[in-house]
Design a protein around this ligand. Structure first.
Ligand SMILES: NC(=O)c1ccc[n+]([C@@H]2O[C@H](COP(=O)([O-])OP(=O)(O)OC[C@H]3O[C@@H](n4cnc5c(N)ncnc54)[C@H](O)[C@@H]3O)[C@@H](O)[C@H]2O)c1
Length: 248
């Protein structure tokens, strides 16, 4: 028996990086997984490597697509127990360099996406006795990084919204746990692209290099724990996974 045997998990942005690792580990531990992403070809490719996985094309900014994705998850697997709001991206630029369009785009994908995910999933999770929602924030919510003001704001918003949603679920007696995770640098396509774009002396890069990047599987282990009943007493918080990047 796996640690999430019998559970149905939906992972947004699951075509690559952390989301793909989450999907692989949750499936290996007995869950039936649905991967969603805007990248259709890569999403299909990733799902094909995971036994029984379903891929659905999905832009997390779109409320109608959320309704469709949840309905198709229920139609295919009968329920929804775990939602990982993982989809994300980053655009670099200081407050002086960034445009309002850059800012709104990142807020749309990460904060609106997370809001819509929680809002869409809760009514279905309540029907089958509860569940676990895991919202992917970042250490960028916890420390100042000059080149990512919008990303930082979105991730800080996710941590704050997580608490609000968790309290609501508890007040309503829903048995839905809602937590955020705040990873530091982990080796994914997003991180590789980001590092490639930055000058060698960019702010914060020395710290990332000194800490050493984690692997996607390190984050997946935390997601697995939060998805499983092992974390049944944990809700309304955020857990930092950053190899000490923010400890001092
Ligand atoms: N890798 C890290 O070091 C790190 C650190 C902290 C937080 N995070 C967060 O982890 C999450 C996953 O990041 P990753 O490093 O695996 O990056 P990634 O680029 O490998 O994966 C992100 C996925 O999200 C998808 N996506 C982007 N916009 C979307 C949208 N509108 N709708 C649906 N899917 C969309 C992308 O297509 C991609 O497959 C993100 O939320 C990111 O902010 C990553």
């Amino acid at each position: 028996m796996g640690r999430v045997a019998g559970k149905v998990a939906l992972i947004t942005g699951g075509a690559s990086g952390l989301g793909a690792a989450d999907a692989r580990l949750l499936a290996a531990q007995g869950a039936q997984v649905v991967i969603t992403d805007v990248q259709e070809a890569l999403g299909q490719e990733t799902a094909a490597t995971i036994p029984g996985a379903l891929f659905l094309k999905h832009d997390v900014r779109n409320e109608a697509q959320w309704q469709d994705v949840i309905a198709r998850t229920i139609a295919h697997f009968g329920k929804l127990d775990v939602l990982v709001n993982n989809a994300g991206l980053v655009r670099f630029g200081t407050i002086e360099e960034s445009t309002l369009a850059d800012f709104r785009f990142q807020i749309d994908v990460m904060l609106d996406g997370c809001f819509l995910g929680c809002k869409s999933a809760i009514p279905f999770m309540t029907k089958t006795g509860g569940g676990s929602i895991i919202n992917v924030a970042s250490v960028a919510a916890l420390k100042g990084i000059s080149t990512i003001p919008a990303y930082s704001a979105a991730k800080a918003g996710i941590i704050a919204m997580t608490r609000s949603v968790a309290v609501h679920c508890q007040e309503q007696g829903y048995r839905i746990r809602v937590n955020a995770i705040a990873p530091g640098a982990h080796d994914t396509p997003m991180t590789q692209q980001a590092l490639a774009q930055l000058p060698a002396d960019a702010a914060g890069l020395d710290q990332v290099n000194a800490q050493g990047q984690g692997q996607p599987e390190d984050v997946a282990n935390l997601v697995l724990f939060l998805a499983s009943e092992e974390s049944r007493q944990i809700t309304g918080t955020h857990i930092v996974i950053d190899n000490g990047e923010t400890m001092a």
